[in-house]
Design a protein around this ligand. Structure first.
Ligand code: NAD
Length: 279
């Protein structure tokens, strides 16, 4: 099975749209999302456009605040503070990476945890690891939603996550653990990666090295989720050698059209959830 991320995302978005339409029909305000972008990084601009388009599609009221990269940290903190105290704002997202004169950690900590739709605030991270209600980061949440949409059993399975970033590798490992998988995290210092990944019933790769995962890394019948996105000769390429691995996997995500659409969809879901937390 080739997992169709676009189709799964589109059906989840249709559900979110219904929920938002219901709110309007009840005469309530619709959820609102502020997306802050600094500078002219082409990849960031393209990601942000995708987020604004997705918000339009589901009926979430979004605003792109596009600032020059000369904007100071104090100005940015001031803006976040204003959005934090605005009861009509449900979600605040600052597109990363930020210019080097801005302290990313300080900025992410300034966003109210209740409006932190990316799930990057230390309070949400701590809650995730403690198993308390929290805003889950979008890509890991999207991966679980994708496995569920495909009816893929997680409990009792061997899951291997390659990559240990704070935004994908570590949180997706925790979410798989919460769903009763036996989880291993592999990374750049893992000796004999293929021996580790070949144990996986569910293999998630979040590295950013094109074609790192080949057929010899994958057990026959495994489910392979490719999070990696690298631009090679103008084309988006995943971590997985798709043509080779599809011959051994029982299910595999393509790049593009796999995890990416789910990530943006979960941003919409998180915005709606943050809105509902206030109701
Ligand atoms: P990162 O770039 O912060 O870190 C990469 C991780 O890969 C590190 O933990 C490192 O230990 C590991 N690694 C590096 N080389 C390795 C090797 N040879 N073998 C095993 N592990 C190795 O990670 P990130 O921010 O999670 O991004 C990973 C990839 O996922 C990037 O390509 C990024 O663009 C992509 N991404 C995609 C989405 C999406 O929605 N599809 C979302 C976020 C990130």
């Amino acid at each position: 099975m080739i997992i169709d991320g676009k189709q799964i995302a589109s059906s989840i978005r249709a559900g979110i749209r219904q929920d938002v339409l219901r709110l309007s029909a009840q005469g309530r305000r619709v959820p609102s999302l502020k997306v802050i972008l600094l500078g002219e990084n082409l990849a960031s601009m393209s990601y942000v456009r995708g987020k604004i388009r997705a918000a339009e599609e589901v009926g979430i009221n979004s605003e792109l605040v596009h600032l020059p990269d000369t904007c100071t940290e104090a100005d940015l903190l001031g803006m976040i503070s204003k959005f934090n105290s605005d009861i009509d704002v449900d979600g605040i997202l600052v597109q990363l990476p930020l210019p080097s004169h801005i302290n990313e950690n300080r900025l992410l900590k300034a966003i109210s945890p209740q409006k932190d739709v990316d799930g990057f605030h230390p309070e949400n991270v701590a809650r995730l690891w403690l198993g308390e209600p929290c805003v889950q980061p979008c890509t890991p949440r999207g991966i679980i939603a994708m496995l569920d949409a495909c009816g893929i059993e997680i409990a009792g399975k061997e899951a291997v996550v390659v990559g240990r970033s704070n935004i994908v590798g570590k949180p997706v490992a925790k979410l798989l653990l919460d769903r009763q998988a036996t989880v291993t995290i592999a990374h750049s210092h893992t000796a004999n990666l293929a021996a580790v990944t070949a144990r996986a019933d569910i293999l998630v790769s979040a590295v950013g090295v094109p074609r790192l995962i080949t057929a010899r890394h994958v057990k026959k019948g495994a489910v392979v989720i490719d999070v990696g996105i690298t631009r090679v000769d103008g084309h988006l390429t995943g971590d997985v050698d798709f043509d080779e691995v599809r011959e051994v996997a029982s299910a595999i995500t393509p790049v593009p059209g796999g995890v990416g659409p789910l990530t943006i969809t979960m941003l919409m879901q998180n915005t709606l959830d943050c809105y509902r937390m206030k109701m």
